[in-house]
Design a protein around this ligand. Structure first.
Ligand code: ZN
Length: 137
């Protein structure tokens, strides 16, 4: 007997602009856009740099390390695919490179999550996409 909800969670669908991020995730590498002019990292991916407006950009592997900046605990079922996860956390991790990534923390109870805790990326694999989650470092 499966405890899978009848309706699955919605998952990201990679497009041309985000494909290097998702291809990296599938290979266990956190890939971010980085400005080739001023070297500023950026997330989400976009065509120009917010700091220097350059459109000269590449993709580089980030460390996968970061710090919890804020989080919330979801007690309300907003989508049927999340019914078995309640209560679950939605957390903002500030990567060591600077950008902030909305994610979920794993390997820690909701009661033990603290702002300022150091975390490291942990991959959640699905059939067509791999999601970056974070666990205590
Ligand atoms: Zn720049």
């Amino acid at each position: 007997m499966s405890d899978q909800p009848a309706i699955q969670k919605p998952l990201p669908e990679p497009d041309d602009a985000s494909r290097p991020f998702w291809d990296g995730a599938a290979a266990g590498r956190l890939m971010l856009m980085r400005c080739n002019s001023c070297r500023t990292w950026r997330l989400p991916s976009r065509m120009h740099c917010d700091r220097c407006l350059s459109t000269d950009v590449g993709w580089e592997q980030a460390s996968g390390r970061g710090t919890v900046r804020t989080f919330g605990i979801m007690h309300q079922r907003y989508h049927p695919g999340f019914a078995n996860d309640l209560p679950y956390n939605v957390s903002i991790v500030e990567l060591d490179e600077g950008p902030r990534l909305p994610t979920n923390l794993v390997g820690v109870s909701n009661a033990d999550i603290k702002v300022g805790m150091k975390v490291v990326v942990d991959w959640e694999r699905h059939a067509d996409v791999t999601l970056p989650k974070f666990r205590p470092a």
